[in-house]
Design a protein around this ligand. Sequence first.
Ligand SMILES: NC(=O)c1ccc[n+]([C@@H]2O[C@H](COP(=O)([O-])OP(=O)(O)OC[C@H]3O[C@@H](n4cnc5c(N)ncnc54)[C@H](OP(=O)(O)O)[C@@H]3O)[C@@H](O)[C@H]2O)c1
Length: 236
Amino acid sequence: MADMHTGGYAEFATAAVRDLVRLPERASFLQGVVYLVNLRIAYLYYYTFGQVQPGDVLMVHAAAGGIGTLVTQIAKRRGSNVVIALASSDEKLAHCRAAGADYAINIRSADYVTEVLRITGGRGVDVSMNSVAGPTLQTDPAAIRPRGRWLINGYAGGRALLDPNAIMHKSLTLSVFSVYTVRRDEEFTKATAFLDEWLRTEPLESCTRTFPLEAAEEAHRWIEGRHSHGKIALVP
Ligand SMILES: NC(=O)c1ccc[n+]([C@@H]2O[C@H](COP(=O)([O-])OP(=O)(O)OC[C@H]3O[C@@H](n4cnc5c(N)ncnc54)[C@H](OP(=O)(O)O)[C@@H]3O)[C@@H](O)[C@H]2O)c1
């Protein structure tokens, strides 16, 4: 497998040797796609930047997405954590529950902060895993406990300003991270070892939907329309 920034939508492509990753023997190509980005980011979320402790209560934004699904699985199978999943449709909430989420909140029909505070008895979550940003950069601090951890890894909901006062007021630990910063670090070697162990002991989810390469445009519309859950792949 190759971790490519651009030029991957093709039958043949070139990649730098240092960006090649060996597909583990036990993994199919469609599992490899799940692994290459999603499982490694889930690992970074949970272990490297999240430093999640057993029993921590986690709030996962876009929890039905490729990364959210795997973070939920890791949290339930490795850390006995309570997972509060946020997603935008009832079908996605069902997907989150199947992945192990303890609570699933439809962000279109409920105010997620109110719901999270109700679930946590007013305390807030220990960790928020947020790949949505946008308006949630304003609302998230209210749903996180004082001295909790706030992890940001994407901005599917758009760019917006962070309010330092909200972060300071609760003494939150903020990590805004990218996989590209660490992809050649020791952490990635650890993530690979994690995958090997995961494949020995757990089923690694495969892609939930594939599109032929010629239908790339349709695949993008599907993702942009927020219809996707799990991981989507293009197959040449
Ligand atoms: N920094 C990095 O290293 C890095 C690397 C890879 C990916 N990422 C980011 O991580 C995020 C999650 O990746 P993924 O593979 O899990 O993505 P995904 O499966 O495509 O999930 C993205 C989800 O974001 C939610 N979303 C919220 N607001 C949205 C909006 N305004 N428009 C579209 N979607 C919106 C949607 O879920 P709901 O409909 O349920 O809200 C959507 O399904 C993405 O934002 C991606 O850019 C970051």
